[in-house]
Design a protein around this ligand. Sequence first.
Ligand code: KG4
Ligand code: ZN
Length: 351
Amino acid sequence: MLILGIETSCDETAASIVEDGKIIRSNVVASQLSLHRRFGGVVPELASRAHLQAISPVLEKACQQAGVSLQDLGGIAVTYGPGLIGSLLVGVSVAKSLSYVHNLPFIGINHLEGHIHSASLSHSINPPFVSLIASGGHTSLVFIKGDSDYKLLGATRDDAAGEAYDKVAQLLGLGYPGGPEIDKLAQRGDKDKIRFPRPYLPNSFDFSFSGLKTAVLYYLRDRKKLPVTGFKLRDADYTLPGTGKLSVSEVADIAASFQAAVVDVLVKKSFRAVMETKVKTLVVGGGVTANRGLRKALRDKAEEDKIKVYMPPPDLATDNAAMVAASGYHRIKKGERSNPLTLNAVANLSL
Ligand code: KG4
Ligand code: ZN
């Protein structure tokens, strides 16, 4: 069964055709990074407009690459939340129209469920397992007891892990998105150079990364250092007192030390969740799980604890529509349907 997946929850317009929830026939992602880069983050209104422009060509390309037409499809799956409401509405409206006009089975998918399923495109994974979702908008630990049976164990109380990466990258004068930049720099930095705090919140599976971000800010302030390139905090945030410059190797050490703190927290809490739920499998997804330092730490700890860890390849860890199609396949196969006349986008949809 061929499922068309559509994903427009944030700043990527994506469409993908997946066969039987496993074989990726096409996977098209039109990124809006260049549009948002100069603002240092996603501008919602610009994102909605860019989705409107990109959605038709992206859909056409996905069908062309897969060599299929809409009539060949067994269904359409679309992300209907959580995300930016204007962005979500573009994908949801298009998916509803297509399924109604072509009389195709239709299902709305939670974006987080998509991230949970992204690893299953390249591995056979059966519940029960624990899933760590670490992205720009979420850091969540979820206990998947059975098919579509989710229990949220913990979530971020403030900044998501990816958001912390992006903000720290901004403090260091690096580009947007910051995750891949810090990932690269961290490879050549000394992760033990600076001991940034590890926000473990020991009695909970929740996360909190805003204090860690502030610790990097104070580290820079106390050393009266300015980053290598244009440091642009808004006046309202605070004014950096010094005029010193950071060398590239200093930036690399800060990046590596910051990353070590994030990785320690994500790995420790994920494996504690695995232990407490008494499962043997951890499945990860979301943009931050493309991080090389995190992937290595997860593999090492899994080997030590004799736990199986499944990760999507880096290009499926970040937002894509193949994960939406895969999630849609499982639900449509079970006979689940959304109503193409009434499904609405839900910005704060929970699992
Ligand atoms: O899952 P995703 O593509 O979109 C959301 O659902 O938010 O995640 C995007 C986030 C951004 O914050 C980005 O900086 C981060 O994932 N990211 C990374 C890496 N690649 C993307 N963070 C750390 N290391 C990476 N290699
Ligand atoms: Zn995402």
